[in-house]
Design a protein around this ligand. Structure first.
Ligand code: 13P
Length: 211
């Protein structure tokens, strides 16, 4: 994809997430790797629903602004993931309602927050580690995310939100949607009073990862 196409896709997908209530206010951020190894990121304090292609931040791997508005205050954690994962082409961070509600629960399994009960969660997301709470935008949060980055495609940030990765922005957005819906289903099932029928180890072993 050309830089122009990446910028246009970020605006389009940001608006789509916003219109469907997956992000609100100034929460969340996104980035994508360009073919020359630099990155397009959402500017800090921007609404993902009202991005402007020409104002998006263009940064290098050291976090230096090449053009556009000041990048997300969390750009450093995106860059930490790109450094750890050469296959990663894009990152989405959202404070979507159900994933964030789950991130605020006590007693979660820190190695895989949601025990698998649907195949797409297994194929696109699991395992889902829980990154301990650190102040948004802090070096402690960036360091914590860097330590998980080589091991997982998606992360849940305690008391904060979700992080998903993909070869492209569309694929990272697909995972964010899948994770948010899985968290929503989890609460729906818990609230229904029925016991969840989790997938068995054998059922899980038949599923192949997809980006
Ligand atoms: P930025 O507006 O600086 O990207 O921060 C938003 C956010 O989601 C913090 O967690």
């Amino acid at each position: 994809m050309t830089e122009k196409e990446v910028r246009e896709e970020m605006v389009r997908l940001g608006a789509s997430l916003f219109e469907r209530g997956l992000t609100s206010g100034n929460g969340g951020n996104m980035s994508a790797r360009l073919e020359d190894g630099t990155f397009i990121a959402t500017p800090t304090r921007s609404s993902l629903g009202r991005l402007r292609a020409e104002r998006l931040s263009h940064v290098n791997l050291s976090g230096e602004l090449l053009d556009g508005d000041r990048p997300s205050s969390e750009c450093a954690f995106h860059l930490n993931i790109y450094k750890a994962r050469p296959d990663c082409g894009a990152i989405v961070h959202l404070h979507s309602t159900h994933a964030t509600a789950l991130a605020c629960c006590e007693g979660l399994d820190p190695d895989n927050v949601i025990k698998p009960f649907t195949p797409y969660y297994v194929m696109q997301i699991a395992p889902l580690p829980l990154v301990p709470y650190h102040k948004p935008g802090s070096q402690a949060l960036f360091d914590a995310i860097a330590s998980y980055a080589p091991k997982a495609r998606c992360l849940l940030l305690a008391n904060h939100g979700l992080v998903t990765t993909g070869a492209s922005l569309e694929k990272a957005v697909n995972k964010a949607e899948e994770l948010e819906e899985t968290a929503r289903l989890f609460f729906l099932l818990k609230g229904s009073g029925s016991r969840i029928k989790y997938l068995s180890e054998q059922e899980i072993s038949q599923l192949k990862p997809i980006d």
